[in-house]
Design a protein around this ligand. Structure first.
Ligand SMILES: *[C@@H]1O[C@H](CO)[C@@H](O)[C@H](O)[C@H]1NC(C)=O
Ligand SMILES: *[C@@H]1O[C@H](CO)[C@@H](O)[C@H](O)[C@H]1NC(C)=O
Ligand SMILES: *[C@@H]1O[C@H](CO)[C@@H](O)[C@H](O)[C@H]1NC(C)=O
Ligand SMILES: *[C@@H]1O[C@H](CO)[C@@H](O)[C@H](O)[C@H]1NC(C)=O
Ligand SMILES: *[C@@H]1O[C@H](CO)[C@@H](O)[C@H](O)[C@H]1NC(C)=O
Ligand SMILES: *[C@@H]1O[C@H](CO)[C@@H](O)[C@H](O)[C@H]1NC(C)=O
Length: 646
């Protein structure tokens, strides 16, 4: 009943047979009680090249969804829409750094309650392909690895490095036992578990590392669960990423020849089901890049072709969501490029979880292979245009250190990294003094390209300009001997892919001013999120509005959106603001950078807003606010053509 490439030429016969297979197997979602039945099994039929669920051939049609990018309140809504599209399975990454923010301290509550998410999917009748890493890429900060791993200098991540492996074992010994009862064979909905992620694209190619992981996964999950790998569509990647005992799958998008790609998978798995673990429905955006779009017709047509072949397909992404807070990742190929806040991905469900034409086209295709659930597709959630709010300035970062850096500075001859100060995300302030009079503009240089990632420089409270990793290694400074130099350094998200994932942040190299090496630093860790969680700045009555200052340089602004009885999804536009970070009611909505684009608005999930209390908005603007100081709540997102520079 299942297909291999040898039969692929008879496409018409296969289409008919696939339809029969589908009707026979996937006419309705299975009913999953939590009752363990001896009949529950999920395995690979190598003879017939397919998956077997409870002994019967099974083909999955799956979509990726990341609970870490969606507020818990909306998990059920998104899963329902995926179910209504006709998917029988979802694919889920587990970001290690989301759950173990401090080494040895784990968080599985609230928006991080993975088991609650699995339970909702289970109630909906959705099976789960679990991808617990430990590395996940996902365009997520450091590919899901906790930044505290970088405390050990020269740690070789994703290898048998002793400290890395010890941390991995500790983490998996917490996570995997929780997952065990969710395995399909144990009464839950997890049908297979991916080991590592596209390991073949990493330089290390360390088979012992993969063997260690295989042993750990087997130890905690048992012998019966399907373990698999996913790799890009090249021989090199498949060679370094695959391992005996881990079923080898492949990933590719609409620019790829399907039969060529599955032929490659066949070279590594001569028998067994065809699997595209990441069929790209869209793509990510970086700041400064043109917005990525993938054609809906191409996606749905190729999906149909793969399903016709009997292949198992996971669409990456089906629902992308948002990089809230500091969770976006970055790439570093020719230069450092950080991922935008929205992870909309041009996916079938938008960032705000709304069905698109692409979703309807996909549902049409799926309906040719089997019954999709009857009933209407749940509509888009209602949006609301709350309109303009005018903010006022609270003060600049330098003048607010007593509030946002309660621990005060760490003193050091040379700059320390974020990791050395144990502040892993956000912003830190580096302070020193001018070693001599500079009446002429004097170059401030980052000789080792050591600004990770962007530094905002002021002298005695006057903003002088910025340095940026890879692209702006020198700027001019003037001032007098003894003047205070404040350098606010922004961590724009750690590299999530490739060989440069040991991405230390802050001033990772010294700075030179004219001919002087700058020394004698006071380094202020900044807990902005902590201050805002404590009610600042709204709870602090302003004695008098701060003096009129030049508006350039990193500063805080606040305002309130009056409640109007509605807590609806909305989109925040910071027109003519430059670059920064926004919080509403203590929720860190992420970074904005309209001057760079393409993203122009931030998604504000309705549940963040209060129906009856003033909604407290806080903005950290890093470069320059507009004189109007207005922000706008709109009922739709906006995307621009990026400037093309970055
Ligand atoms: C755990 O994560 C949730 C969701 O982000 C958060 O609300 C909660 O404060 C965290 N718990 C701790 C102890 O940090
Ligand atoms: C894919 O490649 C095969 C050769 O392996 C070729 O026959 C076929 O026409 C190609 N398909 C497309 C859509 O280009
Ligand atoms: C920061 O605020 C302080 C106190 O209001 C002021 O003296 C200083 O000039 C300001 N600096 C900038 C860069 O605006
Ligand atoms: C710094 O100032 C000098 C002299 O005014 C000027 O030639 C140079 O272009 C400036 N450099 C930068 C990076 O602004
Ligand atoms: C906003 O801040 C004010 C002042 O601290 C507080 O009374 C109010 O409850 C806050 N609003 C919300 C939605 O928490
Ligand atoms: C963006 O640029 C492309 C190519 O220059 C153009 O076709 C398109 O209309 C532009 N879109 C917007 C929204 O300006």
């Amino acid at each position: 009943m299942c297909f291999s490439l040898s039969g692929f030429r008879k496409a018409a016969d296969m289409a008919a047979a696939a339809a029969v297979l589908f009707l026979a197997v996937v006419t309705c979602p299975a009913v999953f009680g939590n009752v363990v039945s001896v009949k529950r099994s999920f395995s690979i039929d190598y003879k017939n090249s397919c998956f077997l669920k409870d002994g019967k051939p099974f083909q999955y049609i799956s979509g990726s969804i990341h609970y870490s990018r969606i507020p818990r309140y909306y998990w059920k809504d998104r899963l329902m829409k995926m179910y209504m599209t006709g998917l029988n399975t979802i694919q889920v990454y587990v970001p290690w750094n989301f759950h173990e923010p401090v080494q040895g301290v784990h968080n599985f509550t609230g928006d991080r309650d993975l088991e609650h998410f699995l339970g909702l999917a289970n109630q909906m009748g959705l099976l789960v392909i679990l991808r617990p890493g430990p590395y996940i890429c996902a365009e997520w900060e450091m590919g899901g690895l906790p930044a505290w791993l970088l405390q050990k200098p020269n740690i070789i991540l994703r290898s048998t490095d002793t400290d890395y492996m010890q941390a991995v074992s500790n983490w998996l010994s917490v996570l995997l036992p929780k997952m065990k009862r969710w395995l399909y064979i144990n009464g839950g909905n997890i049908i297979s578990v991916q080991v590592e992620n596209e390991y073949g694209s990493y330089f290390a190619c360390d088979y012992n590392y993969m063997r260690h992981l295989r042993a750990l996964f087997r130890f905690f999950l048992g012998e019966d669960i399907i373990l698999f790998t996913t790799d890009g569509n090249t021989d090199k990647e498949m060679i370094c990423g695959t391992l005996d005992g881990l079923y080898a799958t492949i990933d590719f998008g609409t620019d790829t020849n399907i039969s060529e790609a599955f032929k490659r998978q066949r070279r590594f798995e001569p028998n067994g089901p065809l699997v595209n673990s990441e069929f790209y429905t869209g793509w990510l955006d970086h700041w400064g890049d043109r917005h990525a779009v993938v054609d809906a017709q191409k996606v749905s047509r190729m999906l149909g072709e793969m399903l016709t072949m009997g292949a198992n397909v996971n669409m990456y992404m089906f629902e992308g969501g948002t990089n809230f807070g500091y969770w976006n990742g970055a790439d570093h190929d020719s230069r450092f490029r950080s991922v935008v806040t929205s992870y909309d991905y041009d996916a079938p469900l938008t960032e705000a979880g709304d069905p698109t034409e692409k979703l309807l086209a996909i549902r049409d295709v799926i309906s040719q292979f089997g019954k999709v659930p009857s009933g209407p597709m749940p509509p888009a959630t209602p949006k609301f245009a709350y309109g303009f709010v005018t903010l006022k300035k609270v003060g600049n970062v330098s003048s607010l250190l007593d509030v946002i850096s309660p621990l005060g500075p760490v003193k050091s001859e040379y700059p320390l990294t974020f990791e050395e100060v144990k502040q892993y995300y956000g912003y830190m302030l580096y302070r020193t003094t001018l070693p001599q009079d500079l009446s002429e503009p004097t170059p401030l240089i980052s000789p080792l390209n050591g600004v990770h990632d962007r530094a905002y420089v002021s002298v005695n409270g006057v903003f002088q300009g910025l340095l940026q990793r890879d692209t702006a290694l020198v700027m001019n400074v003037t001032g007098h001997q003894g003047d205070t130099v404040d350098i606010l350094v922004e961590n724009m998200g750690r590299v999530n892919f490739g060989s440069k994932i040991n991405d230390y942040k802050g001033l990772v190299g010294t700075l030179v001013l004219g001919k002087d090496l700058l020394t004698n630093w006071q380094i202020y860790p900044l807990d902005i999120d902590g201050a805002i969680a404590g009610g600042w700045p709204h709870s602090h009555s302003q004695k008098s509005s701060p003096p009129r200052e030049p508006s350039a340089g990193p500063s805080f602004y606040t305002g309130t959106l009056p409640p109007n009885g509605l807590a609806r999804d909305t989109f925040l536009r910071l027109n003519e603001w430059t670059k920064g970070q926004v919080w509403i009611n203590g929720v860190n909505l992420g970074r904005y950078w309209p001057a760079r684009g393409p993203q122009q608005t931030l998604y504000v999930p309705g549940p963040v807003l209060s129906t009856n209390l003033p909604n407290n908005i806080t903005v950290l603007e890093l470069e320059g606010a507009p004189t109007h100081l207005r922000v706008l709540f709109m009922d739709r997102p906006q995307i621009s053509n990026a400037t093309g520079k970055s």
